[in-house]
Every structure is written in structure tokens, then in C-alpha cells.
Unconditional design. Structure first.
Length: 102
């Protein structure tokens, strides 16, 4: 499902790029793509996740798909990992293909 909207604890609506339904192998997965990974875009994605997480199924995951055609500050990727968010680099998406299928 593309372009899904959830209302967060803050009362604000947040859009995620894709929602992949739960399957036998994987829980529900939300996907957020970030074209220009920066500190600011990381903070926005993390806030969206924290704000909407409580109203999602307990095992839901957020996958962050990062455009790495330009260099990415490693601190940005580390910050996502500090929030237990899985990042996938665009250049390595084929290695993680199973995460994006039902």
C-alpha cells in the first residue's frame, strides 16, 4: 500500500511511503524513503515513528530506505540504528529484497 497516513500521539498526521502487510515471515512493515539523508530528515523520520508507534501492532517495523547516490554522513545512519530502525541503502536494496515483499 503506498502513501499511508497515521495520526500520532501529538494529534498530527504523518505520511509513510509504503505499508507492507504482515506475512507469515515478517510483521507489518512501514517504509520511509529518504532522498537526501541529513540530520534534519533523520529527525523528521524518527519523530514520525515515535509519534505513531503506540497505535501500531506491537511487532511493526519501520524500514528506512536511504538514497546513497551521494555520500551519507555515518552519524545519520548510526542515529537510525540507535532507535532500532533498520536502514537499507538504495545501492544495496537487492540484498534486502525479502524485507520489502509480502
Amino acid at each position: 500500500i503506498s502513501r499511508v497516513k497515521f495520526t500520532g500521539k501529538s494529534g498530527l498526521d504523518h505520511m509513510f511511503d509504503f505499508a507492507i502487510p504482515k506475512s507469515e515471515q515478517y510483521p507489518e512493515r512501514l517504509v520511509q524513503t529518504i532522498n537526501h539523508p541529513t540530520k534534519e530528515t533523520m529527525q523528521i523520520a524518527v519523530f514520525k515513528w515515535i509519534d505513531t508507534r503506540e497505535d501500531r501492532p506491537q511487532d511493526v517495523k519501520l524500514l528506512i530506505l536511504l538514497n546513497d547516490t551521494k555520500s551519507i554522513n555515518p552519524a545519520v545512519v548510526e542515529a537510525f540504528h540507535n532507535y532500532d530502525l533498520e536502514t537499507v541503502l538504495w545501492s544495496e536494496r537487492e540484498k534486502s529484497r525479502e524485507l520489502f515483499t509480502a
